[in-house]
Design a protein around this ligand. Structure first.
Ligand SMILES: [Zn+2]
Length: 386
């Protein structure tokens, strides 16, 4: 072997040795990594097992918790955040009209043979319309008020207003007062009446309803029908609107119950849910009403970058989703509806469900109505309110 070839052979051995060392290093690192990964995985498993190894909790944990709520997703158009029973409409939150499912109060009364009350139309153009879901609670309340007091001079004096009609009312008020801004009528786009979720009550023949005397019954009991006095005297600082005992707003039974029992106006209630009861929070608003019905309420932010917002809702439970007109949706879960006879549930006025006894009262109402229908002459000065 020549000196040259020996050197070359030595180099070759050296190269092989180096390659082997690299291979070894890589293998060691690889194996080390594998071991570390294994330890990490085992340590997780160990933590998990330890949790379940607790003898006291293991049996309970294995059983499915009947109270544990499993959520699934429900997609709603993001623009629906501007619609629903819980929308906040005030000077800061404009109402975007459209898509209201309206019915005529007087036509519904005629269809159902109800003559106890009627709606007075203050304008040539607007029929007295209201959101369909609000008609029945409103009628039930007025019928039950009659049953409790025998008073039958209630008139519906304001309900849905088109944005054009609201504009006209606003201008009329400026003309009447000579002011540059109205304190009595909301600007077009900012009145709850444009949503069709609100109505005003008045009384015949004085057209001066203040919710006093026997009429306090309506103020005190309206929550049982899902209605609230929207502008109460003790909340003027928050609503920025002077007391209007005649202005009722539909929000739905669970919410009217909670707001009334906790002395919250709509601004306060919506703000509380938005800030405290996010879906992601551990705590949702949970309460039970006087009839034993259990509710859960939480807020979901709207996905404004998308046409669709995905809302988590509990599997197998009745729920409702309403926009807030602010920044998202409020989910109401009917966790446990009391199927027993409610204690304070108002009596229904539905003809289908009427007993012989209530038919008797219906005929009494018919007599009253004849008296009322003679009296549909609206007052000369229509004071619209908000
Ligand atoms: Zn009103």
């Amino acid at each position: 072997m020549s000196k040259q070839s020996r050197i070359s052979r030595e180099k070759s051995i050296h190269r092989t040795k180096t390659l082997f060392e690299i291979f070894l290093t890589v293998s060691v690192i690889g194996a080390g990594g594998y071991i570390i990964k294994g330890i990490a995985e085992r340590s997780q498993t160990v933590g998990y097992s330890q949790y379940y190894a607790e003898p006291e909790t293991s049996e309970e944990e294995e059983l499915p918790d009947p109270d544990k709520v499993i959520y699934e997703t429900y997609n709603v158009p993001t623009k629906d955040k501007f619609h629903g029973n819980l929308i906040l409409v005030n000077e800061n939150y404009r109402y975007f009209s459209g898509d209201e499912k309206l019915v005529s109060i007087n036509e519904m009364n005629a269809e159902k043979g109800r003559t106890l009350f009627s709606a007075v139309d203050p304008s040539e153009t607007d029929k007295m319309m209201i959101v369909e879901d609000v008609y029945e609670p409103m009628a039930s309340m007025i019928f039950d008020f009659y049953d409790a007091t025998q008073i039958s001079n209630i008139l519906i004096y304001g309900a849905y207003r088109s944005t054009d009609f609201q504009q006209q009312l606003y201008e009329d008020d400026l003309a009447a007062t000579g002011n540059e801004e109205s304190t009595r009528v909301a600007k077009a786009g900012f009145s709850e009446h444009e949503s069709g979720l609100a109505f005003d009550i008045t009384t015949y023949p004085d057209y001066d309803y203040q919710g006093e005397g026997e009429y306090v019954w309506l103020t005190e009991n309206c929550y049982k029908y899902g209605l609230i006095i929207r502008y109460p005297e003790n909340k003027e600082q928050i609503t920025k609107i002077q007391s209007e005992p005649w202005h009722f707003r539909y929000v739905g039974k669970p919410h009217a119950y909670y707001m009334t029992k906790n002395n919250l106006c709509l601004e306060e209630y919506i703000d509380m849910i938005i800030t405290k009861y996010y879906y992601q929070n551990d705590e949702h608003l949970e309460f039970t009403d006087d009839n034993g019905n259990e509710y859960e309420v939480y807020f979901v932010l709207s996905d404004d970058a998308s046409d669709v917002t995905t809302i988590p809702v509990p599997t197998g439970k009745k729920f409702e989703v309403s926009g807030t007109n602010v920044n998202g949706f409020i989910v109401t879960v009917y966790k446990n509806e009391n199927t027993e006879q409610p204690i304070t549930e108002p009596t229904t006025v539905s003809e289908e469900e009427s007993t012989g006894e209530s038919e008797t009262s219906e005929s009494t109402e018919s007599a009253e109505i004849t008296e009322n229908t003679e009296v549909t002459e609206p007052p000369t000065a229509y004071v619209a309110g908000q």
